[in-house]
Design a protein around this ligand. Structure first.
Ligand code: SF4
Length: 288
């Protein structure tokens, strides 16, 4: 079944892949690394304009490393999870100081950079440098769960996901990179979480879930907490206020009218602990 999936997906991807900035020839490893940081929790349409602005302002890791972390946090704007901006800045400093300003190629070295986890390390090695590794994201997991395991939802991420994806990779390095991208693309545009378009799917004939009549199997994944009313929402509001400020703000004036003072204080405290904001003389500001 795996080989039928691989055979159908490669030509489908070559004919149908969306044109995305990070897929352009010569986009470069720095661009791929930045895009992977941004795409971790944020949809493609919101990432593209900010990615372009980011790369024209900081075209190399060294150019970012030489600017203040606060500038990275500001440029992160509304992408959410602003820790990623700080981590990306730290990674840029490490690339400048320990890798001659060049994004490393090998997965183990990539993993030593701040904020780079297993997925991102593999994605950079494969999509920027063309190396042969399995790369598994949420979309990949959903496609494999349906097509191979015959379940409606993937399980919690597990090491076996990499083995499953590795079994789909063609022997050639170049084709293996395309296959990783093709499975993700299928999950993003066709085999979506809410309404899989099986009638238009290139691997429908080889899909176990489709063959079984699309059974409604249980979803065993942990649910993400609601954003509305959460501490995350309060943290986002603090960050927005400090990003928009032209000078440090006295701590008691930050989110002064927030409906839950204890939640606001928690948000400020955890942002300070995470290094996303700093305090000087009782005033809050972005990290300098
Ligand atoms: S046939 Fe349907 S469920 Fe199976 S991979 Fe294609 S879109 Fe997903």
């Amino acid at each position: 079944m795996q080989s039928a999936i691989a055979e159908a997906l490669l030509p489908w991807y070559r004919a149908n892949a969306r044109e995305l900035p990070w897929r352009a020839d010569g986009f470069g490893a720095w661009g791929v690394l930045v895009s992977e940081f941004m795409l971790q929790q944020t949809p493609v349409a919101r990432v593209i304009p900010l990615l372009e602005a980011w790369l024209s302002h900081w075209p190399t890791p060294t150019s970012l490393a030489e600017d203040a972390p606060a500038e990275a946090v500001k440029a992160w704007a509304n992408l959410g999870y602003p820790r990623r901006a700080l981590w990306l800045h730290r990674a840029a400093v490490q690339i400048r100081d320990h890798h001659d300003g060049v994004v490393p190629r090998d997965v183990v070295t990539l993993l030593s950079l701040t904020g780079v986890g297993d997925y991102t390390a593999r994605a950079v090695a494969v999509f920027a440098y063309g190396d042969r590794h399995p790369v598994v994201d949420t979309n990949t997991r959903r496609v494999m769960a349906r097509a191979i395991d015959g379940t409606a939802h993937p399980a919690q991420p597990r090491p076996a996901d990499l083995d499953q994806m590795a079994a789909l990779l063609p022997a050639s390095r170049a084709e293996a990179a395309v296959m990783n991208a093709a499975v993700m693309e299928l999950g993003q545009v066709t085999c979506t979480a809410r309404s899989p378009a099986c009638g238009a799917c290139p691997i429908a004939d080889a899909c176990a879930w489709y063959a079984a009549g699309r059974p409604d199997t249980p979803d065993t994944r942990r649910k993400q907490a609601r954003y509305e009313g959460s501490d995350r929402q309060a943290r986002g509001a603090v960050m927005r206020e400090l990003r928009g400020a032209t000078a440090p703000i006295p701590q008691q004036r930050v989110l002064a009218d927030w409906h839950d003072a204890a939640q606001r204080d928690r948000a400020v405290l955890t942002l300070l602990e995470d290094g996303l904001i700093e305090t000087t003389g009782g005033e809050l500001h972005l990290p300098r």
